[in-house]
Design a protein around this ligand. Sequence first.
Ligand SMILES: [Zn+2]
Length: 391
Amino acid sequence: MPKTKFVPEKLSNGSFASAGLNDKQFNQLFNRIEKAQKKARRNAKRTLKPSTLTNPTPKALKALGEKAKGQRFTKEDLQRFDKNRQRHKEKYDSRTAGITHAFLVKNSREIDIKRANDQVDDGTGITQANFYAIKGNIAQINVRASIGSKHQNHRVKVRFEQWDELIQSPPKGDYQKAVQLACAGRISFDCDCGRHQYWYRYLATMGNYALAPPKEFAFPKIKNPELSGVACKHVLKATTMLQSLAWQRILATQMKAQAKRVGFGSDSRTHFLSDDEKKAASKNRKTKVNVDEAQRAHKKYERSQAAMARELEKRKRDGQRSIKQARKIRKQSNLIKKQEQQLTAQRDMLRVGFKNFHDGYKLQGKSRDEAVKDYAKMFDVSASQLEKVIK
Ligand SMILES: [Zn+2]
């Protein structure tokens, strides 16, 4: 049977029908949405680009439009933005990919958490998220949009940044434990919703926890100039549910399967959850974002990081000590070698000298023993000592 090409249905409000699709179609649709967003960003006008941030010429400032009615952006605004950007990069340690789930929750806005937990009464709360696929180290979650949204669903993608190292050395060979660490450990993410796109994707890009593409380099100058918050309600819900055993068991099966395959790490197949797996996944009861728990988990994480840093520092010191010792030994052995060389040279000199001395005695009709005795006297050594050298 020939494959019929999937054509997404566009709703009257401009969004796509995503409810009721099968997982493959759902994925195709959201891949398409992702591409369209990327393209739209390229064509976006009045975005605050990095070059304007660092070089706010009057012309570039004017091109940004107004920050409020009749108010233009100033050079001071941009200096403040740049400071915020630097602070954000530092806080989220942009040198390392991903952030932990605890840190994500801890720094999220209260309103996003309330919406994720459906604790609002304005129709922006969400209630359901379904884990439906995994591709390499990326989990894909279908999150049902709020009643107030013009969309039906959103797709959250979460990449486990420590997956590859854990797949190679799961603690005590336990993949379940490895997955648990991967889920609580550093993750990068993306969501197609407007909140993520206009408020948080820039932050994720700067903090190096964006699952790219798409990256976002346009500063959110109107929506979120203070660069506060981290994740939209969809990401909050999806990543919280990823802390549950019900989902982690499914991930562990996949990790184990990937470990068995040759050339793991470059696994590009998408595994869609089977009906049984979906049934198991639906038993997930860890559906509410818990700030207190995140605070505790973050403190614990910080303590373990500090302990690890101390251990690394100690190893570094030990390493340096042994380098120093090795250097010392090398120096000493070089010295001994040099002394030996000097000694050999001295012996050669003595030997040649004695030969000439003895030749002279021979001409005078004197014996070798006499030559040895007198030559030894010249160097203030005993005859037997000299014999050892010249023999
Ligand atoms: Zn979202």
